[in-house]
Design a protein around this ligand. Structure first.
Ligand SMILES: *Cc1c(COP(=O)(O)O)cnc(C)c1O
Length: 383
């Protein structure tokens, strides 16, 4: 039997699914979802005011250890708001990794800022502290407690590392480098709910962290996002901005700045609360699947991406590395034709038409990974 068929066998055995289509990641609704949604409808509070929204914020803050959490309609607009709150303005530059989902770079663009793409590390798949420091040393000088790009004269207003597929990047090193340059860190933890670096939840290291509850993430609210804060005042400002910057008043419509309609509806929060109640079970099932994959792929000499040192991954999306781009493409074709959904990693941001003129550091690791990495089915398997 060839290697690809053996890989398919491993995947099918784990999902106990000998024939049917196996998706990459499907949500699991096995708890109080229907009950809370019904309560929500019965109460008539289905929109952005309601008890589930407030409770969901409290529970996510408690779960992650953030001082405050503020809901958003999705992870992308949570990132947009986080960047605004970090002080990103039009024509600023924002550092992020070339290997990320488009939302990271889009959110930077919504601010009128320009992304600068830095490499990732091969072991974490996240922003490389070494490459970050190299780029800053070569390109940036500090003026009046701000980091200025010597070539463009623009301010480096933020840095957005991302915890790829739930594997924590070396966030403490990234933050200490950014601190030297007075650059605030906004953590894109969209994929890493339930992932810890040095036993601290991802998304709580930077000035602001962002989680996504899209349908394909570890848990879902249908669509949704969350901002994590270690600072009450910033959280208060975030809530104000997500609710059209309306001044609290029983009947007057007074708004003191340009705000956004970014607050998650109660319906989505009801779903989210029911999902969060089950998160430990989801994470356990995902870890078990990853451990099985790791062991079984080892026998085939296939490289499986494991959690990096000093960290605990949520194993949101499992990934393997193929020999080269050729083998990767053959594998993608073979598996998808045989009813097992697999996907390459995102096209690198600097290769997309709208970012083709962006500044980049050396991207050799990201390019190497993009040629070889494939995501394989990773849904929660309930025992
Ligand atoms: C999912 C995701 C987002 C945004 O999430 P949405 O809720 O889909 O808007 C942002 N960044 C990364 C890296 C993601 O994977």
């Amino acid at each position: 039997m060839n290697k690809f068929s053996e890989i398919i066998n491993i995947i099918r055995q784990n999902f106990n699914q000998p024939e049917d289509f196996i998706p990459l990641h499907a949500p699991t609704f096995n708890g109080n979802e229907k009950k809370y949604l019904n309560e929500c409808i019965d109460s008539t509070f289905v929109s952005s005011v309601g008890k589930f929204v407030d409770r969901f914020e409290e529970e996510v803050a408690k779960y992650t250890g953030a001082i405050k959490a503020v809901v958003c309609v999705n992870g992308t607009n949570a990132l947009h708001l986080a960047l605004l709150l970090a002080g990103v303005e039009r024509d600023d530059e924002v550092l992020t990794q070339a290997l990320t989902f488009i939302a990271t770079a889009n959110a930077i663009s919504y601010c009128g800022a320009r992304p600068v793409f830095i490499d990732v590390d091969k072991d974490t798949l996240g922003l490389s502290p070494g490459k970050l420091e190299d780029w800053l040393t070569q390109n940036v000088e500090i003026r009046n407690q701000g980091a200025i790009n010597k070539t463009t004269g623009k301010k480096i207003a933020a840095c957005v590392p991302m915890h790829t597929f739930g594997h924590p990047c070396q966030i403490d090193e990234i933050i200490s480098i950014c601190n030297k340059y007075y650059i605030p860190v906004v953590e894109d933890a969209a994929e890493s709910l339930g992932s810890y670096y040095n036993e601290i939840h991802t998304g709580t290291f930077g000035r602001i962290g962002v989680i996504s509850f899209n349908g394909n993430k570890v848990m879902t609210t249908g669509g949704g996002g969350m901002l994590l804060f270690n600072n009450e005042e910033l959280a208060h400002k975030a809530k104000h901005l997500t609710t059209q910057a309306k001044m609290p008043h029983k009947w007057e419509f007074m708004h003191d700045e340009i705000g956004y309609n970014y607050r998650m509806p109660n319906l989505n929060a009801a779903l989210g609360l029911a999902q969060l109640e089950q998160i430990e079970g989801f994470l356990k099932a995902k870890r078990k699947l990853a451990e099985n994959y790791k062991e079984e792929f080892k026998r085939l000499n296939v490289h499986f991406i494991s959690e990096p040192v000093n960290s605990k991954s949520n194993y949101w999306l499992n990934a393997i590395l193929l020999k080269d781009r050729n083998e990767r493409d053959e594998f993608l074709k073979f598996t998808n034709e045989h009813g097992v959904m697999t996907r390459p990693v995102w096209e690198l941001m600097n290769r997309l038409p709208m970012f083709s003129n962006a500044q980049c550091g050396d991207l050799s690791n990201a390019e190497w990974i993009a040629d070889r990495l494939v995501n394989i089915p990773s849904s929660v398997i309930l025992q």
